[in-house]
Ligand binder design. Structure first.
Ligand code: SF4
Ligand code: SF4
Length: 444
């Protein structure tokens, strides 16, 4: 009789059991390697998905210490999840890398500062708004350039990514409710996002307008918070789970049919939140079931604005926009949420808009949350590949649906002297369906 080898051996580290179980799905075929930007850059097996999974399994089984090479590789990984799309065995690499990051320790000052900012600044709306006020004042007096030259190189490069901060009246939370235009087709919640609210409030306003124009009542609960994406990517999984649990409660209480996001990273975070909350729930035992239930509700109801409008059917009339547009897939939309055709279909519905193909639109641009701050060399190398492909296509507009990608691409295009502007797809849909007709500020 054949005796089955126990999948979880006695020497498995207790908090690594799920990692071990997940890692066993990998059959080492290597089909993911050519899709992996860090493998393409380095050619190193340990910087590939297969190599990282091997290290995760070794750490789970107690064969290596988790805080050395595995920690380095887990954070050199962009978390782009291109390997998931390429994998025929269905390995949930995104889940594996987030679990691993939450269980390894990074050394040095930068990870500690990053974690502090992700806990104390990003999710605290009033503090974040004051920080952007300060940044705006520096930008307006050009002191940011002077101070920037004194910063370490990493932070200097981060400064170059930031667009001009809009004045207070043009950023922040949108109004609490927006009525539908025409017959009401449903009631949706809108996750305004932290970076989106402060730097891309015009994209939020365009999103609300297109939803309303298509017959949806939009509710923006003012007590909503940060989605937890950046915290989860940085390995702070329990804090990310707390943030997700809060949002699940807020949106469920608002009685909405779906929770819409226009940031691929936030959308993927909401859809992944069931896993975070289940993991936290296991660690927190008593309140575990409650956490897992709220995570499931959020994961089931979260939709990116493009997939939602495509599913429901676009109804508003569209005027011509004679533009050549390259659509570039945000990793957290195409790989993490499997949304590829919907934004293209919506853009193609705009008369006279020409969707121009470019090589490998599903490859990462190097933004990846805070990656371009923590791993600037790799982020720059990955961005260069993307810019080569966009330069060859020479579009008027590069359309992409994630704030990090918008900033990364805009900075890269400008540095190369390329003429293309970066826009969110909903900005083009808004413009084609009437734009801000009354010229009225959505923010007050
Ligand atoms: S998530 Fe991206 S960078 Fe990380 S292993 Fe997968 S393909 Fe490579
Ligand atoms: S494609 Fe999937 S199964 Fe094959 S090596 Fe990569 S992760 Fe493992």
């Amino acid at each position: 009789m054949e005796v089955e080898t126990p999948r979880v051996a006695e020497n498995t580290r207790p908090e690594w059991e799920e990692i071990l179980e997940e890692s066993l799905a990998c059959v080492h075929c290597g089909l993911c390697l050519s899709a992996c930007p860090t493998y393409r850059q380095t050619g190193r097996e340990t910087s590939s998905p297969r190599g990282r999974i091997y290290l995760m399994r070794a750490a789970a089984q107690g064969r290596i210490e988790p805080d050395g090479l595995l920690a380095e590789e887990a954070f050199l990984c962009l978390g782009c999840r291109a390997c998931e799309t390429a994998c025929p065995a269905g390995v949930r690499y995104g889940r594996l890398v987030e679990l691993t990051r939450s269980r390894v320790r990074q050394r040095g000052l930068l990870p500690r500062v990053e974690r502090l900012l992700l806990r104390q600044l990003i999710p605290r709306r009033a503090r974040l708004a004051r920080a952007f006020d300060g940044l705006r004042a520096l930008q307006r007096t050009r002191l940011d350039a002077l101070l920037g030259s004194l910063l370490p190189r990493r932070l200097r490069e981060a400064r170059a990514l930031l667009p001009a901060v809009p004045p207070r009246g043009q950023r922040g939370m949108p109004p609490e409710i927006l009525a539908p235009e025409g017959p009401r087709r449903g009631r949706v919640g809108f996750l305004a996002g932290c970076v989106m609210s402060e730097l891309f409030a015009d994209v939020n306003a365009a999103t609300l307008r297109v939803l309303s124009r298509n017959g949806f009542e939009v509710v923006v609960p003012p007590t909503q918070g940060c989605c937890g994406a950046l915290q989860a990517h940085a390995g702070d999984a329990n804090f990310a789970a707390e943030l997700a649990a809060h949002n699940a409660r807020v949106f469920e209480a608002a009685g909405v049919d779906a929770v819409i996001s226009n940031s691929a990273g936030c959308g993927a975070a909401m859809r992944d939140s069931a896993g975070w909350l289940a993991d936290s729930g296991r660690l927190l035992a008593d309140s575990g079931r409650l956490l897992a239930d709220s995570g499931s509700w959020l994961a089931e109801h979260a939709r990116d604005v493009s997939s939602f409008l495509d599913e429901q059917g676009w109804r508003a009339p569209l005027e011509p926009l004679p533009l050549r547009v390259c659509y570039d897939d945000p990793c957290h939309l195409v790989h993490a949420q499997g949304v590829e055709a919907a934004p293209r279909r919506l853009l193609q519905a705009i008369p006279q808009l020409e969707l121009v193909p470019h090589a490998d639109p599903g490859a990462c641009c190097g933004a990846a949350g805070t990656y371009n701050l923590t791993q600037p060399e790799m982020a720059g190398a990955v961005l260069d590949v993307k810019l080569d492909s966009l330069a060859a296509a020479d579009p008027d507009v590069v359309a992409t649906g994630n704030p990090g990608c918008m900033m990364q691409l805009a900075a890269g295009l400008s540095r190369r002297g390329l003429r293309a502007r970066v826009k969110h797809p909903v900005e083009l849909l808004d413009e084609s369906s009437g734009g801000n007709v009354q010229g009225a500020p959505l923010y007050s």
